[in-house]
Design a protein around this ligand. Structure first.
Ligand code: AOF
Ligand code: ZN
Length: 371
């Protein structure tokens, strides 16, 4: 039952920001009488949807919920009240601690106080992973960042002349489509837009409205009006991250959002500030798809939560363009260190995910840049 609830939550991941994606299954014994997931834009909540389907049969039933039910009067009344009013006898919660300061344990406490049997921790790791972006935004004000790179075996993302389509095969690229759907925004540098003119839309059936936001780091607003991203901006919201000084006159009336960000001495936007502004807009997660300078800058600033390394069995040697530019590592001791989380084969390609640790001796590197 909890696996089904998690499946429901996963299915709406990428559509519920700024709220978390939550799944709920209501069951009597082995039969499911209600299913719900957080609705687009975050409301109604999952429990309300599941209770609506279950109706009067919810009395005495068990509710399986992926996240602690809310206990606050926000834009909607508390889900705990709805569960109590429906007469649910037992609530099983996977991740029992909603980090939203308005909830934070009060949901579980209120259910128990009402005499409902509450059990917690079932499939907690899976449930936690789904709300990682929501939790990061609530606690740090920043969206979760996945850095995805499609590389040759020797870590190149293109030939020196810029040819990059395609490094990995169709199966690995299908995984990227799913990743786009599950993140609130996809982020690229202006260099990638000028070189490839990408559309950055999820190609999976029924998910053409994902990701909800396309974001380009475009310090000086160089994006061509004829680019796919600008031409599609009415249907697929586009955010440009620019400095105060950049001239936006040509973009007036296009429906594009220009976020003005702090800049460094070289006139490039400060990515930490830019991500904070994306968080303020409601984005809880961002998938960065390159290019090499964006990858380096995100890593250097300590902003990458997951590295998705999609590796094809090809070599470019010194005819290739390295996947990550400008890391600024001089000594081996300063190398960025990663921890392998998953490894899967897709046709000929190997897809790995890593947690990014600090450079071994590099705390000063990160703090120096983030200030
Ligand atoms: C739940 N079930 O499906 C979700 C929850 O502004 P509101 O009223 O929509 O409340 C938003 C908060 O509710 C959000 O920050 C998080 O704590 C919780 N999200 N809770 O019981 C759900 N999406
Ligand atoms: Zn709720």
């Amino acid at each position: 039952m909890m696996a089904k609830a998690i499946g429901l939550a996963r299915g709406v991941l990428g559509s519920t920001a700024p709220n978390p994606a939550v799944g709920c299954v209501i069951a009597v014994g082995d039969s499911i009488i209600g299913r719900g997931a957080t609705q687009p834009g975050g409301r109604p909540h999952a429990e309300v949807m599941a209770l609506a389907e279950a109706g009067a049969a919810a009395r005495g039933a068990t509710a399986y919920v992926t996240l602690e039910p809310c206990a606050h009067h926000g834009c909607t009344p508390p889900c705990v009240d709805a569960l109590i009013a429906a007469g649910v006898a037992r609530v099983v919660v996977a991740h029992a601690h909603d980090p939203d300061p308005r909830v934070q344990g009060r949901g579980i406490a209120r259910l128990r106080a009402a005499g409902i049997l509450v059990e917690t921790g079932l499939m907690e790791a899976e449930a936690r992973a789904i709300v990682a972006g929501f939790a990061k935004r609530v606690t740090e004000g920043l969206p979760w960042v996945t850095l995805k790179l499609g590389v040759t075996l020797d870590g190149c993302i293109a030939t020196k002349s810029g040819e990059s389509r395609w490094i990995t095969g169709p199966a690995a690229r299908g995984v990227v489509q799913r990743m786009r759907a599950e993140h609130d925004g996809v982020l690229v540098g202006i260099g990638t837009v000028l070189a490839d003119d990408p559309g950055l839309i999820c190609g999976l059936e029924g998910l053409g409205d994902r990701p909800r936001w396309r974001v380009v780091a475009d310090s000086h607003l160089r994006i061509p009006l004829a680019s796919k991203l600008v031409r599609n901006a009415e249907a697929h919201p586009l955010i440009l991250l620019a400095t105060e000084a950049a001239d936006a006159t040509a973009l007036q009336g296009t429906g594009i959002t220009v976020l003005r960000c702090a800049a460094d001495d070289a006139g490039r936007i400060d990515l930490r500030d830019a991500l904070r502004r994306l968080g303020d807009l409601g984005l809880t997660s961002v998938l960065s798809e390159g290019g090499a300078h964006m990858a380096g800058a995100l890593l250097r600033a300590g902003l990458v939560d997951r590295l998705a390394w999609h590796r094809a069995p090809t070599l470019l040697g010194d005819s290739g363009m390295p996947a990550i530019q400008g890391l600024g590592v001089e000594r081996l001791a300063d190398a960025f260190r990663l921890r392998l989380l998953t490894r899967e084969a897709y046709e000929e390609d190997v897809l790995e995910t890593y947690e990014v640790l600090l450079p071994r001796s590099g705390r000063e590197i990160l703090t120096g840049i983030s200030s």
